[in-house]
Ligand binder design. Sequence first.
Ligand code: HPA
Length: 247
Amino acid sequence: MPKLAIIGGTGLTRLKNIHIERREVMHTPYGEPSGALTFGTLCGKDVVFLARHGDSHTIPPHRVNYRANLWSLKEQGVEWIIAVCAVGGIRADIGPSCVVIPDQIIDYTWSRNHTFFETELASVTHIDFTQPYCQEMREVLIESAGKAKVDILSSGTYGASQGPRLETAAEIDRMERDGCDMVGMTGMPEAGLARELGLCYAVCAISANAAAGRGSGPITMDDIEASLQTGHDRVRAILEQAIAATG
Ligand code: HPA
């Protein structure tokens, strides 16, 4: 039974080196997840992989069925989740291909199905979200980066934007004033839903570009893809160490 799941973001629709045992389409009370769950082993350890944007990368951030994704993983006995997310760097030191393990979130998304605690409640439920990421999982990732000799930034505030368009320069200025270090479109409601289900969830963020108004020109998909490729090689090295540590 896999205890660890990896949710792949933009550019990570499959895990290199995973030894695939089976792929299964899941159904949940919230509908279908983004794609089939891939069960297999990585570095000899059981792991389940889910591509957040679907196997062919066709589901935009605001249309991802985050509830079905997390529910299906929980139903399979998953306890730990490493989520890989592409971001734009707001802070000057978060350049393209930089890997960050964020420790805080500011949520700017709207109109997404963001909670399991909606109907048929015995009583109104509020989860504690003071520390939005699982500290234990974050520490595993930070130590794994050290072992893999990958430079990372070990904290930062993730600003979750609605997308799918990128931000305006003024929106990024506002996010910076608010305290955001990076901006991405998928960090919420994923982290909040994971907490509602009691899952130990942390993010490996890869900077794909300098956020709007922070680089020298327009943000292009070509630049994003090139930075993500390097970033994913770094994240893979971290994941291999992390998997060894979570078994
Ligand atoms: N903004 C929001 N999400 C992103 C970005 C960005 O600049 N880059 C990659 N994901």
